[in-house]
Design a protein around this ligand. Structure first.
Ligand code: DGT
Ligand code: CA
Ligand code: CA
Ligand code: ZN
Length: 574
C-alpha cells in the first residue's frame, strides 16, 4: 500500500507547518493523514477508479490535499513537503515517541545546535549543550536522554507492570464510550508475560467508528499506524503500540482466543481442529460453514476435547496435553496472598516507616509482613549492622503492640535482606540471624563472577541454617541488567536439600524467579514466596504481578508459603 507513505508525508507537512505557527492547516494535514491511513482501499486504486474526485472522497481530504496525493501518485514526491523540509532538514520520524520534543522544540534544536537526527540530539544532550538553551534546563536535558534510551529500547519490550496502568486506563476510557459493550485486553498482556511487545484490545461495540475515532485521538497518542473500522493501531508517548480490534459478539470467544495467543498455542489448537475435520479461526470453530463454537473461549476448548486453559499457561509448554488429560495445575488465585516477606522501610532505602508499611499492608488485606531492610555492606542504603537491627526490633515490638491495642489482627515480623558476601558468608553475624523471624539472603554485588563461583556462593548461603529465603535469585533487572551466571537447576536441587525457599520477586522489573524456574521448583517440590520488594507503600500492590509470574510457572497455593496462614508459613522456615 502506498497509503502509509502518503500518510507519513502528510503528517510531516503538518509538523513543519506547526513549527512555523501556521494556524489551522497543520490540523487539516494531520486529519487527512489519518483519513488516508484508515482507508481500506489503496490510494492508487482510488485514483485509478475516479481520479482527483475520488481522492476527495477520502475522509478529511479536500481539494488541495487531493492534488498533493495525485502529485505523489504521479511523481513519487510532494514538492510542498520537499520545500518545507529544506528549511528544517530534520529526520522527523526518528523523533516520534520522544516525550517533550514537539515541532517547535525540534526547530529550535535544529537552528541553534544543528540537530537533525536522534544521534545528533543525544550528542548535544551528552555534551550539556541543551540545558544552556533559553527555555531548557538540566531537567529537560535529562528527560531527553531518558526519552532516547526508551525509544531505543522500545524496539524491544516493555515491562508489564510499568505499562499496565496506562493500558488499564485506555481500557476503562473505551469501556464507557456510547455503544461499547465490552473491552478486553488480549495478547501477551492477558497472558501476563513479564514483558510485552504491544497491547492488544478487543472491543464489542454497536458502532465501531466513534470508538476508533476516539482511540486514535487520545492525548497520549503520538503516531497513528492505522485507523480503520475494524482495526486501529497507534503508538503512545511511552513508545508502546496499542492495537484495537472490533469483534462481532457471536465470535467473541474465538477472537479472544486467537488474539490472546500465544501464536504457537493458536497454531496447535488449529491443528487439533483440523484433525477433527473442523476449522478454527478468529471467527469461530466451524464444521463446513456451520459455526459450532466461538461465543466463549470455554466453548472452543470444550468442543476440542480440552479443559479451559488459563491464559498464563498458553505458551506451548505442555498445557494442551494437560488439558486433555484433565491434569492442569490448580493455579494460585490472584489476591490470595496472606503476607509479604520482603518489605523495605525508611530505616534503609525505603520511603516509609515500619508503621506506614504495616498500615498499607493491612489495607491491602494482608495478615503479616516481614521487615527486611538491607544490611551494612549496602552502605549507600545505610544498611543495618547488628546494633541498628536490634534497635529496629524494638520499634517493631512497639508498632506490633500498638496495632494489637487497636484490635488489629496483624503481625510485623523481624527480618533482613542480608547481603551474601563474595564467599557465601552472610553480612550479619549468625547470632543476629538466629534471632530474626525470617532471613532473606541476596546477591547485591559481584554480578560477574563465573557461573561456578556464583552458584557455589549462593549454595553456601543456602546451607546456612538461618537463611530461610534467597531473594530475587537470578538478579536480573528487566531492560537494565542481565541475570548473573548461575546454575539454576543446581540451586533448586540445593534448595530442596537444605529446605530453603526461593523468592518470586514481584517488583515489575525484577520478575525473578523466571517462569521456567518456577516450573522447575514446582516439579522439585521446592517452596517459593511471592514478595513485593516494596520500597514505598504503593509497591505493595505489585504482589499480583508476582502471582501472575507464579501462575506462568504453573504454581499453586501449595507451592507459595505466603499464600498460607502465618503459623503454617513460619513452620515451613528453617
Ligand atoms: P507481544 O506483543 O510480542 O508481547 O506478543 P503477543 O502474543 O501479544 O503477540 P502480538 O501482539 O503480535 O499478537 C497478538 C496475538 O495475535 C498473538 O498472541 C497470537 C495472535 N497472532 C498474531 N499473529 C499471528 C499469526 O501469524 N498466527 C496466529 N495463529 N496467531 C497470531
Ligand atoms: Ca501484543
Ligand atoms: Ca499486537
Ligand atoms: Zn532496597
Amino acid at each position: 500500500m502506498v497509503n502509509d507513505e502518503i500518510a507519513r508525508l502528510l503528517r510531516e507537512i503538518a509538523i513543519y507547518l506547526e513549527m512555523d505557527d501556521v494556524p489551522f492547516r497543520p490540523r487539516a494535514y494531520e486529519k487527512a493523514s489519518e483519513g488516508v491511513l484508515g482507508s481500506d482501499e489503496d490510494m492508487k486504486e482510488v485514483y485509478a477508479r475516479g481520479g482527483l474526485k475520488a481522492l476527495e472522497q477520502v475522509p478529511a481530504v479536500g481539494v488541495s490535499i487531493a492534488e498533493k496525493i495525485e502529485e505523489f501518485l504521479k511523481t513519487g514526491r510532494i514538492a510542498y513537503h520537499d520545500e518545507l523540509k529544506k528549511k528544517v532538514p530534520v529526520e522527523l520520524g526518528e523523533f516520534a515517541g520522544i516525550e517533550g520534543i514537539g515541532p517547535k522544540t525540534l526547530k529550535t534544536l535544529y537552528q541553534k545546535l544543528k540537530v537533525r537526527n536522534l544521534a545528533d540530539l543525544e550528542k548535544a544532550a551528552q555534551q550539556g549543550k541543551i540545558k544552556k538553551l533559553p527555555g531548557f534546563g538540566p531537567k529537560s536535558e535529562e528527560n531527553i536522554l531518558q526519552g532516547i534510551a526508551f525509544v531505543r529500547r522500545s524496539g524491544g519490550r516493555f515491562v508489564l507492570g510499568q505499562v499496565m496502568p496506562e493500558i488499564e486506563l485506555i481500557r476503562e476510557r473505551l469501556g464507557v464510550l456510547a455503544g461499547v459493550e465490552s473491552v478486553t485486553v488480549a495478547g501477551s498482556v492477558r497472558r501476563r508475560k513479564d514483558t510485552v511487545g504491544d497491547a492488544d484490545l478487543l472491543v464489542i461495540a454497536k458502532k465501531p467508528k466513534p470508538v476508533m475515532d476516539y482511540f486514535v485521538a487520545m492525548p497520549e497518542v503520538v503516531q497513528v499506524h492505522a485507523h480503520g473500522e475494524t482495526k486501529s493501531s497507534v503508538k503512545l508517548k511511552n513508545g508502546m503500540d496499542v492495537d484495537v480490534r472490533i469483534v462481532p459478539k457471536e465470535s467473541y470467544g474465538a477472537a479472544l482466543n486467537y488474539f490472546t495467543g500465544s501464536k504457537d498455542h493458536n497454531v496447535a489448537l488449529r491443528e487439533l481442529a483440523i484433525k477433527k475435520g473442523w476449522k478454527l479461526n478468529e471467527y469461530g470453530l466451524f464444521a463446513g460453514t456451520k459455526r459450532i463454537a466461538g461465543k466463549t473461549e470455554d466453548e472452543v476448548y470444550r468442543k476440542l476435547g480440552l479443559r479451559y486453559i488459563e491464559p498464563e499457561l498458553r505458551e506451548m509448554t505442555g498445557e494442551l496435553e494437560a488439558a486433555r488429560k484433565n491434569a492442569l495445575p490448580d493455579l494460585i488465585p490472584y489476591g490470595s496472598l496472606r503476607g509479604d516477606l520482603q518489605v523495605q522501610t525508611d530505616w534503609t532505602d525505603g520511603d516509609a516507616s515500619i508503621e506506614e508499611m504495616a498500615q498499607t499492608a493491612i489495607k491491602a488485606g494482608l495478615d503479616y509482613i516481614v521487615i527486611t531492610d538491607h544490611t551494612k555492606r549496602l552502605a549507600m542504603t545505610h544498611g543495618l549492622d547488628a546494633k541498628r537491627i536490634k534497635q529496629q526490633w524494638a520499634e517493631i515490638d512497639r508498632v506490633n503492640a500498638a496495632l494489637k491495642k487497636k484490635g488489629k489482627k496483624f503481625t510485623i515480623l523481624k527480618g533482613t535482606e542480608c547481603d551474601i558476601l563474595k564467599d557465601g558468608t552472610m553480612d550479619l553475624p549468625d547470632e543476629i540471624l538466629a534471632q530474626c523471624d525470617v532471613v532473606g539472603g541476596s546477591v547485591h554485588s559481584l554480578f560477574n563472577l563465573p557461573e561456578k563461583e556464583q552458584t557455589a556462593r549462593i549454595m553456601r548461603a543456602m546451607s546456612n541454617p538461618h537463611v530461610d529465603i534467597i531473594f530475587h535469585p537470578t538478579g536480573r533487572v528487566l531492560n537494565k541488567r542481565e541475570a548473573y551466571a548461575v546454575n539454576m537447576p543446581e540451586l533448586i536441587r540445593h534448595a530442596k536439600k537444605t529446605g530453603t525457599v526461593l523468592e518470586i520477586d514481584a517488583y515489575p522489573d525484577r520478575a525473578d524467579l523466571k517462569a521456567e524456574h518456577i516450573r522447575l521448583c514446582v516439579e522439585a517440590g521446592v517452596k517459593m514466596s511471592i514478595d513485593s520488594d516494596a520500597h514505598a507503600p504503593a509497591h505493595i500492590q505489585f504482589l499480583d504481578y508476582g502471582v501472575a509470574q507464579a501462575r506462568r510457572g504453573w504454581a499453586g497455593k501449595k507451592d507459595i508459603i505466603n499464600a498460607w496462614p502465618l503459623e503454617k508459613m513460619l513452620k515451613m522456615l528453617k
